[in-house]
Design a protein around this ligand. Sequence first.
Ligand SMILES: Cc1cc2nc3c(=O)[nH]c(=O)nc-3n(C[C@H](O)[C@H](O)[C@H](O)COP(=O)(O)O)c2cc1C
Length: 331
Amino acid sequence: MVDVTTTYLGMQLRTPIIASCSPLTGRIDSLRGLQDAGAGAVVLPSLFQEEVEAEELAAVALQDTGDDFAEFASAPLPDIDWERLGPDRHLRLLSQAKDALQIPVLASVNGTRPGDWAKYARLLADAGADAVELNLYSVNTNPDESSAAVEDRYLRIISMVRAQIEVPLAVKLSQHITGLSSFARRAEDAGANGLVLFNRFYGAEVDLDALAMTSRLALSNPEELRFPLRWIGILRAQRPGLSLAATTGVHSGLDAVKALLVGADVACTTSAVLQHGTGRVGRMLAELGTWLTDHDYDSVRQLQGSMSADNVSDPAAFERAQYMKVITSQI
Ligand SMILES: Cc1cc2nc3c(=O)[nH]c(=O)nc-3n(C[C@H](O)[C@H](O)[C@H](O)COP(=O)(O)O)c2cc1C
């Protein structure tokens, strides 16, 4: 039997496959399914600040209307179920998940103002999250905010959250950060224990009938793994103390092997389990085990990082050479 345990954010995981945020990690039955299939940890769906505040505001408005017009109301207003609103829904899911599962449960936050990120991260950490993941998904359209200012804002969020929580902190990033190597160093200095590379952006769609801009959910494909692989390989060599998680395009056990080889501590999967069900994690682990055995590896740890950019003296020159080779190659 090969040893597939790994360490991520300082936590010992029984396997390196993590079920990343999706509707499947938002239900106890599928969370159990993911655990039974062998997931090393799960990340619950993000708490979006606007969503929880909108729910609370709508409920308060309904209650206020009730107070103002109660004497005229012909029928009683419906009781407001406060437990289903605002952050309580996330806190309840977290507490149920902690009761139901033996593997680590990570909570994810996406806030607006830095102080609010910290407030919600603290709520989730206090409610028992084994670690917190910051989902830094944002499309930055303010012409007065430079790239450097955007990165400074992200770093402020990281340090404010760090000051509020004691559990490990991971940061899920977009690949659209110009100086990612520098950002990774500063994120570590600001208190991040790990990076999750990369969040997936959905882009825009145009509905030609309605003449409207829309968004459409499209699941990933394994081709997209190339981008996390490149950057994990580079950052593994540069930031040995930082945990690295691969996300986007991990669909099979062999995809996980690639992520681990370049230096990921864990490989996260969402689209594959949404497409094929929670049991897909078991199949990925079986493929990983077979590959390790066939290639004479005793453990995942032995594999991890053996193909990182550690053995490349100048990663930027190496990438440039690769780029020229690719675009001048014959199709
Ligand atoms: C339906 C759906 C819901 C998602 N919800 C979240 C979320 O709440 N927070 C988050 O950080 N990522 C969310 N994601 C992104 C995934 O966690 C994952 O990072 C992304 O899908 C790329 O991984 P994949 O290629 O394995 O799908 C969601 C993805 C899908 C498809």
